[in-house]
Ligand binder design. Structure first.
Ligand code: FMN
Length: 324
């Protein structure tokens, strides 16, 4: 077990238990008369309807979780993407587990399960908990509300099972959320039967070789922002790239806030793709200076020396390879 504390800048919610009777009347499953297995129409999706059905389901992109529970000292975890939010008030989530999975025998009404939402660098943990052959993986757990959770995951829930339902070859477990927290980072995604990453890497020009970047920055001009002044506003259509040369700024994007100082670039994506507007609101934390390069100046620079343009294309191609 790890004794590591939670990551900084995290949100944590410890929910009070339900008021007595809050879930009364919820137990009558609409599946008391269960549907029979029937052939489904998969259009021109191929010869084997079962494969076509699986492939069709795979078009629904999800995150990846590790579901955990423990009985005494025995900790059990399994990878699952069949996790969904159900209700905010009362706070409810749902998981769907294959009836052949060993975990099935460990879950029942009143017991708890943990949900650890994996971050994009935790694909190996997903493989490990899906019993795929991976070497050298030793997952660590933190225990909250008597429930093991995968250490370092992007988000955690602990839920107490309030109802379970027949779900064909799976069983569904509706859980009352007792604990929820999230940290910083990007989630691991699952789509079309494989892992994917979110493509939200906001750095582009900062990956250029210094010599090529310097040539582009030479075309810019210096700007100064007093403490508290807004440098960029999220959503505003603007096409200036800035290299911070002194001071520091606070960068606020949904779910993420960070500080950047001298040497960092801001507005790297918008200078090439200004239409959708600024990705972040950026505020000077102290008096801050920057070199500002407009889109027009940048395009002149790229036209004068296409090596930087080619290097940018190579950086983008590398990103496709990462997710491909
Ligand atoms: C990305 C991914 C998602 C999965 N999602 C589920 C799921 O939602 N439900 C499920 O029962 N199995 C799911 N599995 C398969 C289980 O992780 C796998 O069968 C595991 O071995 C079950 O563990 P257990 O039998 O030890 O409990 C998934 C596997 C992967 C790789």
């Amino acid at each position: 077990m790890s004794s590591q504390g939670p990551p900084p800048e995290e949100f944590e919610l410890v929910l009070p238990p339900f008021a007595p009777g809050a879930l009364e009347g919820l137990g009558d499953s609409a599946f008391d008369d269960v549907p029979l297995a029937e052939a489904i129409d998969v259009g021109d999706g191929g010869d084997d309807p079962a494969i076509a059905f699986r492939r069709t389901l795979g078009m629904f992109a999800t995150g990846v979780t590790v579901l955990t529970t423990r009985i005494g000292d025995q900790v059990h975890g399994m990878t699952a993407n069949a996790f969904m939010s159900v209700s905010l008030s009362p706070p409810l989530v749902l998981i769907s587990i294959d009836r052949r999975a060993r975990m099935i025998g460990m879950l029942h009404e009143g017991s708890r399960y943990g949900v650890s939402v994996l971050s994009q660098d935790q694909a190996v943990l997903s493989d490990f908990f899906a019993r795929r052959a991976v070497e050298g993986v030793e997952p660590e757990f933190v225990v909250v509300h008597d429930t093991p959770l995968v250490d370092g995951a992007l988000a955690h829930f602990v839920a107490r099972i309030v109802r379970s339902y027949w779900g064909g070859d799976h069983s569904l477990f509706l859980g009352q959320v007792e604990y929820a927290r999230y940290g910083e980072g990007e989630p691991l995604l699952f789509h079309g039967g494989r892992y994917e990453r979110m493509s939200r890497e906001p750095r582009l020009f900062s990956q250029l070789p210094q010599e090529l970047l310097d040539q582009l920055l030479l075309r810019g001009h210096e700007v100064t922002f007093p403490a508290g002044e807004i440098v960029m506003t999220r959503g505003e259509v603007s096409d200036t790239l800035m290299l911070l040369t002194s001071g520091s700024v606070r960068v606020e994007r949904p779910g993420r806030t960070m500080s950047l100082g001298a040497g960092n670039l801001v507005g790297e994506i918008e200078v090439l793709n200004p239409g959708p507007g600024r990705m972040a609101t950026i505020t000077a934390e102290e008096e801050t200076t920057a070199i500002a390069v407009t889109r027009a100046e940048l395009l002149e620079g790229l036209a004068a020396d296409p090596r930087a343009a080619i290097a940018l294309l190579e950086i983008l191609a590398g990103r496709f390879r990462e997710t491909g």
